[in-house]
Design a protein around this ligand. Structure first.
Ligand code: ASP
Length: 351
């Protein structure tokens, strides 16, 4: 870890964690090739940071990880570090590849308990060292947001959020929706927390959530015995049944049609019912870009709710998956997991 902290000043102090991804690349002037840059030299590459009047420590994954290779171990590493060091810093900025940033943001939101300061994830579509990069603006604005305070001096954003191309979103409400545009993220079911134009305009009514009190301390762990299954017309019920009989399978995020609808054939329903009876938690989320599961709206959704499938409301697949992995790693009964999947733990769903 590197630090530029000057203990003789009272400047706000941030922690910057570079996990990997496009944002941390620079172009070698001689060869033109892209290479990972050492974040120790962040001030050299982004001298604009000097205008922000803060100090920061840098921690870097070695080697940096393309986010498509990220694992729950990295979420645990990040979450434990932030939980442990929460009171040493005024905020955290995590630089992350865009491909799975929404998963990491969601996983961290569930892991971090009693978070009272900003954890801002950002990345970029073009490396910092490239002409027309979006990396510098994303990085500088993420810093500004992590430093923002209310009139009473408390942090403006006391939650895990994603900043990308002018918008700040609640982390567990985001999804990556463009592999090409600078505007690569969206939060279809929840308003942005802030918009960065000439000024950064915060939306106070969207910021913050009630965190339920815990009856027990939760483990920083994720159970990987889950699958995400996207329904499509023609999905073979016997194949589905086969998948649901996978040894050690504990949870399924079922991406259904529209407001939570699925086929009503006997074979399909009995495969689902059988899995629920074997203790597998099945959560119903919509495969639509936006909107919510309302299982009673149509007969087809109603039938599904009678099998014991749980409604996932308007959670993103990313959020439902990481939440299920997190809850399944705790000492909870299937009934408790089912209940908690339908409760807002970190503002991830609309009740
Ligand atoms: N594949 C890269 C990653 O997610 C893409 C990016 O950084 O935008 O790490």
């Amino acid at each position: 870890m590197t630090t530029d902290r000057d203990t003789t000043t009272t400047l706000p102090h941030l922690k910057v964690i570079y996990t990997g991804g496009t944002i941390g690349m620079v172009q070698d002037i001689e060869t033109g090739a892209l290479k990972a840059f050492q974040f120790d030299y962040l001030r050299e590459h982004v001298p604009e940071l000097d205008q922000l009047h803060c100090t920061f420590d840098i921690e870097q994954c070695d080697p940096p990880i393309d986010s498509s290779a990220i694992t729950p171990e990295l979420w645990v590493w990040l979450g434990e570090m932030i939980q442990r060091e929460m009171h040493e810093y005024d905020g955290f900025v995590i630089l992350h590849g865009t491909d799975t940033m929404a998963y990491t943001a969601s996983a961290l939101s569930f892991m971090l308990q009693g978070l009272d300061r900003p954890v801002i994830l950002t990345g970029s579509q073009l490396p910092i060292g490239r002409l027309r990069t979006d990396g510098k603006e994303n990085l500088i604005t993420a810093f500004e947001i992590a430093l923002a305070r209310r009139a009473d001096g408390s942090p403006m954003i006391p939650e895990v959020a994603v900043y990308f191309e002018d918008d700040l979103y609640r982390g567990n409400r985001t999804l990556k929706y463009s592999a090409e545009h600078f505007e690569a993220f969206a939060s279809p079911n929840y308003p942005h927390l802030a918009f960065a134009g000439i000024d950064i305009k915060y939306s106070p009514s969207a910021i913050g959530f009630d965190e339920p009190a815990l009856s027990q301390a939760w483990r920083p762990a994720f159970d990987g015995h889950v699958v995400v299954l996207k329904l499509f017309p023609g999905l073979s019920a016997s194949l589905l049944d086969h998948i649901l009989h996978t040894p050690d399978l504990r949870g399924v995020v079922l991406e259904t049609f529209g407001s939570g609808n699925a086929p009503t054939s006997e074979a399909f329903l009995s495969a689902i019912k059988g899995a629920v009876a074997r203790g597998i938690t099945i959560v119903n989320v919509t495969q639509c870009y936006s909107g919510s599961v309302v299982m009673g709206r149509y007969e087809t959704g109603n039938v599904l709710s009678q099998t014991g499938v749980i409604g996932g409301s308007d959670m993103t697949t990313e959020s439902a998956t990481t939440k299920l992995m997190y809850l399944l790693a705790q000492d909870l009964s299937p009934e408790e997991v089912a209940h908690l999947m339908q409760v807002s733990l970190r503002g991830e769903l609309t009740i």
